[in-house]
Design a protein around this ligand. Structure first.
Ligand code: BGP
Length: 471
């Protein structure tokens, strides 16, 4: 809806940026850190591994000084579970504990609010080796103990906590559970078992946070893919509603309402994928509601009906990393109205406004954008600075979408761009950059790792200075 006036951002809006430990820190084998599933994952030879990343572990002070210069109000980062508990449980690694104490103190000294993700993809390989990881009930206790340790150690200074990053992606990507990539159909079933255990674990961590951290706020950080019916054929609308339930809302309904919604329950039962629910599981979720809902938003999807045919039966799924086609339910198709990034992610700021309004309508929780950004191939020019106008355009539109959603009553806490400095992409190594600050390294040539401010750095600084007036 267009209105005569669009309200300003509130004064305490958290202008921030995001990262994840394994993508930024490096020092993967230093100071007692244990191995995570990301460390042991075999990457394609043309792509770098996570061992050095952006070397933030050694250069965090320099990076925080740049954040301060840019005017960041908040920094969302994750704690590497295996720096704290190298095997996932048992002995604590003091050097890891010290690192995050130093990082948090440095942020606070620079007036930057720390927002901490407890677990961002890097599940301890030790727990997979001990008992299979998330697919075993024992995982619940180990996650809760780890979270409790963080609350007791850092909770005096960290007031914003995120339980699990993109649990929905973990569910559908076996390697993130420490499982092999073969037999994806069977892995879907295990994924939903892991999902249940993660939901119980997150709910119990919320309880602990509320008990331990004075003034603490905690919520999930999900990935929300806005979905549109491709045509006005009612069958496409139905397919879109189904896809939204089984790809987006299934998890948030568990996290925020403590329920398996009707469509999702039927979906799981029909495919013999319903996990066993133990006494107290659903109560734990119902009784421990998050304080806010964080979400990562990059693109939208166009959905068409996908009726069963002679070649496909119920349960047949095709993946493009995530499920992209399910027989008898839906398929993702190209949206002819949108441009896309080099990786085919369709750029859609309107989709962000739609997502925010749908989420706020359904859960009535304050929202926080924990990731939003534009990945690109970039080379620092011989003269001048890198002019990343596409990134500026992308972010400017998406921030405006948040402003417009707020104008219509949606409650937002802040906006964290992905990312502040260049870091390793989840699937495309160092060739897909997201930062306001260029890190001088290539896929395999580490060069000098110097930090260089791109044009977007100055743009974001101005956005923050004007509290979103100048976009
Ligand atoms: C999200 C993850 C991040 C980050 C981002 C960009 O799914 O939470 O860790 O990687 O996506 O994705 P990519 O790096 O694949 O472009």
């Amino acid at each position: 809806m267009q209105t005569r006036k669009v309200n300003d951002f509130p004064k305490d809006f958290l202008w921030g940026a995001s990262s994840a430990a394994f993508q930024i820190e490096g020092a993967a084998y230093e100071d007692g850190k244990g191995l995570s599933v990301m460390d042991v994952r075999k990457v394609k030879p043309e792509i770098c591994d996570y061992s050095v990343a952006s070397d933030h572990y050694h250069r965090y002070k320099e990076d925080i000084a740049l954040m301060k210069e840019c005017g960041l109000k908040a920094y969302r980062f994750s704690i590497a579970w295996t720096r704290i508990f190298p095997k996932g449980n048992g002995e604590v690694n003091q050097k890891g504990v010290d690192f995050y104490n130093d990082l948090i103190n440095e942020l606070i000294r620079n007036d930057i609010v720390p927002i901490v993700t407890i677990y961002h993809f890097e599940y301890p390989q030790g727990l997979v080796d001990q008992y299979g990881g998330w697919i075993n009930r024992r995982s619940i206790e180990d996650y809760v103990n780890y979270a409790e340790f963080l609350f007791r150690t850092y909770g005096d200074r960290v007031k914003y906590w995120l339980t699990i990053n993109e649990q929905d992606h973990v569910v559908h990507m076996p390697f993130r559970l420490g499982l092999t990539d073969d037999n994806r159909k069977e892995k879907e079933k295990l994924g939903f078992l892991a999902n249940h255990n993660m939901c119980v674990a997150a709910a119990l961590a919320i309880k602990k946070c509320h008990e331990i951290v004075e003034g603490g706020k905690i919520g999930p950080a999900t990935c929300f893919e806005m979905m549109y019916p491709t045509t006005n054929n009612p069958a496409d609308m139905l397919a879109t509603m189904d896809a939204m339930e089984i790809r987006n809302y299934y998890l948030l309904d568990l996290n925020c309402r403590g329920e398996y919604n009707g469509t999702f329950r039927r979906y799981l039962e029909d495919r013999n994928m319903m996990p066993e629910i133990y006494p107290g599981d659903m109560e734990a979720m119902k009784e421990n509601r998050p304080d806010f809902l964080a979400f990562n938003y990059y693109y939208s999807e166009s959905i068409s009906a996908n009726p069963l045919d002679d070649e496909h039966e119920i349960g047949d799924i095709e993946f493009k990393l995530l499920p992209s086609k399910e027989a008898g339910i839906y398929k993702v198709v190209k949206n002819e109205n949108l441009k896309a990034t080099l990786w085919g992610w369709e750029i859609d700021d309107t989709g962000l406004q739609c997502s925010a309004r749908l989420l706020y309508d359904r859960y009535r929780l304050p929202l926080l954008i924990t990731e939003c950004g534009f990945g690109n191939k970039e080379v620092w020019p011989e003269e001048g600075i890198l002019e990343d106008d596409d990134r500026i355009d992308y972010l400017s539109r998406h921030i405006r979408a948040v402003k417009e959603a707020m104008n219509l009553g949606v409650d937002f806490i802040g906006f964290c761009c992905w990312s502040f400095i260049d870091l390793i992409s989840g699937h495309s190594g160092f060739s897909k950059r997201y930062g306001f600050v260029y890190v001088n390294r290539d896929e395999h040539d580490l060069k000098d790792m110097a930090r260089r401010k791109k044009k977007s750095f100055y743009w974001y600084k101005r956005v923050i200075e004007t509290n979103g007036e100048e976009l």
